[in-house]
Design a protein around this ligand. Structure first.
Ligand code: ATP
Ligand code: MG
Length: 868
């Protein structure tokens, strides 16, 4: 059975059981301070479990893209080494939100595996939670009893908190779970050891395929558990592992999810899979990591130096490094796999197909730059090895190499070993640990639990229509961050404050308390489904109703920039083509920034066209046509440009100005005329295939023009108000060039006159032609002069002293045929240099010294004779 079909059967099965099938949510999370990537199928539904949002469909099924490379669930180090953990994998899941519970979850899982997929019952084991004293939780008798009706009791295994109590992170929804394991070993091996003893023992062929989680608790910040308001089902089945079980193979990499990529790597690198352990690991790492990186890029997360982007960069670098060391790939090659991946996955995940070119280019560029860094690192490592006396390279040195060039520790160790050196691993780890502590300290946050004042009210955003409102606090908490110190986060029953999102910064403003206090709102952000207002102070009375007021002026300017961003997007597609896609945006009151896919510099002529297009739309004074809460499909059918980052259940809002239609949650002007004017300030590259435009609108353009005008007037004033200032500057430039030429001529004449003068001053001393002179020339000209004299006068000893802006220079030239250890320009200049309070040196026939005492020059010239 092909993997395509396996996936489809899962979805069809649950569709038959009245589940709504929804697409995968994006891999990269927004509005979540605790998590960077989706690491489990339940993450997109977190708000529903917590009761912060009510769901339309109580039963849902999907396949969710998951990435486990950071935080609580981090499998990165296992990946490639073993055959069943991936960085990116698909998690098939079925969900009940306050609907069915343990019985149906267990019955259906069993039915699907044994009747639809026809897995032999003798290959399956299940686990149930034994309970936990610390958390005051009992043995899961219920689950046990439901399983008992399907499976022999000796195949039901007790599991502890580590394996059978599922938690998303340190906080959040959680609950006991039951896992299903499959034993894929041969009959012969099974006879030797019972599968029962290998469950949850990291055996590569006795693996967990499905986890049924019975969500019923919320883990609070203080570690305690509280009941959720309803009981839910959250199941997760590893798609690639399921394929392994159904395709009769014993490694995820032998399923058709991976074999096309592996054979592509074999062709490109000329290495075969399945022959040698090191090669195999490298190939597995590469095909796995390619998928992770490609999926992230297609969800809008490019490799970068911070946050989620840095995690992606590190994954790719791990793959490059394995290719470099074990497959001998010194040139970029991983990007070549993009096409195969897109052919394979493009139907189920169209974002991979749509962004194939971008993925290809970004990976190629990353490979290029990391391979360059590796090259540089190798050179440095050679030097380090050369300078290491005791055959043990210090941990500090290795850490520096890692920290500045991203040069991997294990690569250093490998190369060192090849040359008979060891590496101080402990020292390296100490440095690593210290760095971690430093960055942890820098981002330290302390968050206390929410103080809930009013339960269960869904916070409403009313800021599209209102800039102030009478509100009350429903919950608040104190947070302490390194950057801002102590802050309060307030959540209201409803709010006019726009939370940062869709590139637009959060509103600022103030709260008018009834006792006359004013509390400033410094920022507004979204945290999962909550709109959080940041303040420095907590109101004295947290239960009163008060006036919340948005800073109107800033909001107006943000709206102006946001609408202009839509028009810019439209203009870019019009002028550059439909390949242009939004890759990021920042909308502030003062300016806007827009990143988009495009593979060449935008020419000045095109920029002008883009600017003109936007300004034409502004002059048309197009009205805002806004539709709220439209189904996603309806908006897309009307021609709206879908933004990445939407997930099932997000209500979409369509924003239209003339022919520009976008799905957008931001704030906008009522008519484009309010933007006044749009001006592009810069165009640049951000990454391979991604360009950035920065622009301004509204009062910022006014300020900009005033500034330009002032500069222009100042220039005219300096030029004495000519009729044609440009002509006047050109004249000045021409005049300047002519003068320069003249001066060069004069200097040449001067030098040659000087030479003639000096030739007349030759003194014969002991058969040597001696010349000494004070000259007003810079060091280079004196050198020229010395060599010219040397060419014309035999047996010459020439010494010149010059005073250049208060600094003394001595220059000595001695014809090569008479220069020797006794008559040595370098030695002489060093001694005479003391007279000008300086030092210098050089060769036997030419040397210079510099010093800070020009008054010593005379004496130096006088003394020089003594050497003859
Ligand atoms: P394991 O103990 O094997 O690491 P887990 O306990 O971390 O699994 P869950 O968090 O319960 O797994 O995830 C649900 C299912 O997702 C698992 O049963 C497994 O089939 C699959 N899965 C988990 N982690 C990975 C991974 N890194 N790569 C591929 N599949 C995975
Ligand atoms: Mg795991």
């Amino acid at each position: 059975m092909t993997s395509q079909k396996i996936r489809q059967q899962f979805l069809d099965f649950f569709k038959d059981k009245q589940h709504k099938i929804v697409p995968s949510a994006p891999l990269v999370l927004k509005n979540d301070p605790t998590l960077m990537f989706n690491n489990a199928g339940m993450v997109p539904f977190k708000e529903y479990f917590l009761g912060q949002k009510t769901i339309k469909n109580k039963r849902i099924a999907d396949t969710q893209k998951c990435l486990r490379v950071s935080g609580k669930h981090n499998d990165l180090e296992e990946v490639g080494i073993d055959t069943y953990h991936h960085t990116l994998f698909e998690m098939l899941g079925n969900w009940s939100f306050g609907d069915y519970f343990k019985k149906e979850a267990i019955d259906w899982a069993w039915e699907l595996l044994t009747e639809v997929y026809k897995i032999d019952k003798s290959k399956l084991y299940v686990t149930v939670f034994v309970g936990d004293k610390q958390d005051h939780l009992d043995f899961d008798q219920e689950a046990y009893d439901f399983w008992k009706s399907h499976i022999d009791e000796d195949r039901i295994i007790n599991g502890n908190k580590k394996d059978n109590f599922w938690e998303m992170g340190a906080q959040g929804p959680c609950g006991p779970c039951s896992e299903i394991h499959v034993d894929l070993r041969t009959e012969e091996e099974k006879a030797k050891t019972s599968g029962k003893d290998l469950v949850n023992k990291d055996h590569p062929q006795v693996v967990e395929i499905w986890n049924l989680v019975f969500m019923q608790y919320n883990r609070k910040a203080d570690g305690s558990l509280v009941d959720l308001s309803a009981k839910h089902i959250d199941t997760g089945m590893g798609f690639e592992r399921l394929c392994m079980a159904l395709q009769g193979v014993t490694s995820n990499y032998d399923t058709d999810v991976f074999t096309p990529l592996i054979s592509e790597v074999e062709t490109i690198t000329n290495h075969n899979y399945g022959k040698d352990n090191e090669t195999d690991i490298a190939i597995r790492v590469i095909v796995d990591h390619l998928r992770a990186v490609a999926f992230s890029i297609s969800d809008g997360q490019l490799p970068s130096n911070t946050g989620a982007g840095y995690v992606i960069r590190r994954i790719l670098r791990r793959a490059i490094r394995y290719g470099f060391t074990f497959l001998d790939q010194k040139e970029p090659f991983i990007y070549k796999l993009t096409k195969t991946l897109s052919n394979q996955m493009g139907d189920v995940f169209p974002e991979i197909k749509n962004q194939e070119v971008l993925i290809h280019n970004v990976i190629k560029e990353e490979e290029h730059s990391f391979l360059r860094a590796l090259d540089q690192g190798l050179l440095l490592l050679d030097r380090i090895i050369d300078n290491t006396k005791d055959k043990n390279i210090s941990g500090g040195k290795v850490f520096e190499l890692y920290d500045t060039y991203g040069f991997p520790f294990d690569l250093t160790q490998l190369i060192a070993k090849e040359k008979g050196y060891t590496v101080d691993e402990e020292g390296f780890n100490t440095h690593m640990q210290k760095q971690k502590e430093r960055s942890k300290a820098a981002s330290a946050v302390e968050t206390s639990d929410w103080n809930v004042l009013v339960e269960d009210e869904e916070e409403e955003f009313i800021g599209y229509d209102n800039l102030n409102a009478k509100v009350k606090i429903t919950q608040y908490r104190k947070v302490i961050t390194k950057k801002d110190g102590e802050m309060y986060q307030l959540v209201f029953n409803m709010t006019p404050f726009y939370p940062e999102g869709g590139g637009q910064v959060g509103d600022k403003g103030h709260l008018e308390m009834n006792n006359g206090d004013v509390i400033y709102v410094l920022d507004t952000k979204k945290e999962n489904n909550l709109i959080v207002h940041y303040t420095k102070h907590l109101p004295k009375n947290t239960t009163e109703i008060f006036n919340a007021v948005v800073n109107k002026e800033q909001r107006k300017l943000s709206a102006s920039n946001h609408t202009a961003t839509h028009l810019l997007h439209q203009a870019l597609r019009k002028v550059l083509g439909n390949h242009v896609e939004q890759k990021g945006s920042l909308v502030k009151p003062k300016s806007l920034r827009f990143d988009f896919s495009h593979f060449a510099k935008v020419e000045p002529q095109q920029l002008q066209e883009i600017e003109d297009f936007v300004n034409a739309r502004i002059r048309e004074n197009l009205p805002l046509i806004e539709k709220r809460n439209v189904p996603m499909q309806e908006a897309i059918d009307e021609g709206a440009m879908a933004l990445f980052g939407e997930k099932y259940g997000d209500s979409v809002r369509a924003i239209r100005f003339g022919k520009s239609i976008e799905l957008c949650g931001g704030t906008h002007v009522q008519h484009t005329g309010e933007i006044w004017y749009f001006k592009i300030k810069s165009e640049s590259a951000v990454a391979a295939g991604i360009r950035r435009i920065e622009a301004i609108t509204n009062t910022a353009v006014g300020d900009y023009f005033v500034e330009i005008d002032e500069n222009y007037e100042a220039i005219k004033h300096v030029l004495k108000n000519p009729k044609e200032p440009v002509k006047a500057i050109e004249n000045l430039q021409e005049e300047n060039a002519n003068l320069k030429k003249q001066i060069e001529g004069f200097l040449k004449d001067k030098a040659s006159n000087l030479k003639d003068e000096l030739k007349d001053k030759v003194q014969q001393i002991n058969g040597v032609n001696f010349i000494s002179a004070e000259v007003s020339l810079d060091a280079n000209s004196v050198k020229d002069l010395a060599f010219q004299l040397g060419g014309e006068i035999k047996d010459l000893f020439f010494i010149a002293g010059s005073n250049i802006d208060g600094k003394a220079i001595l220059t000595i030239y001695i014809s090569k045929n008479i220069a020797n250890d006794k008559l040595h320009a370098g030695n002489i200049v060093r001694e005479l240099g003391k007279l000008i309070q300086g030092g210098g040196g050089g060769q036997a026939f030419f040397a210079t010294a510099g010093g800070k005492n020009p008054s010593g020059i005379k004496e130096a010239l006088e003394k020089a004779k003594g050497y003859l």
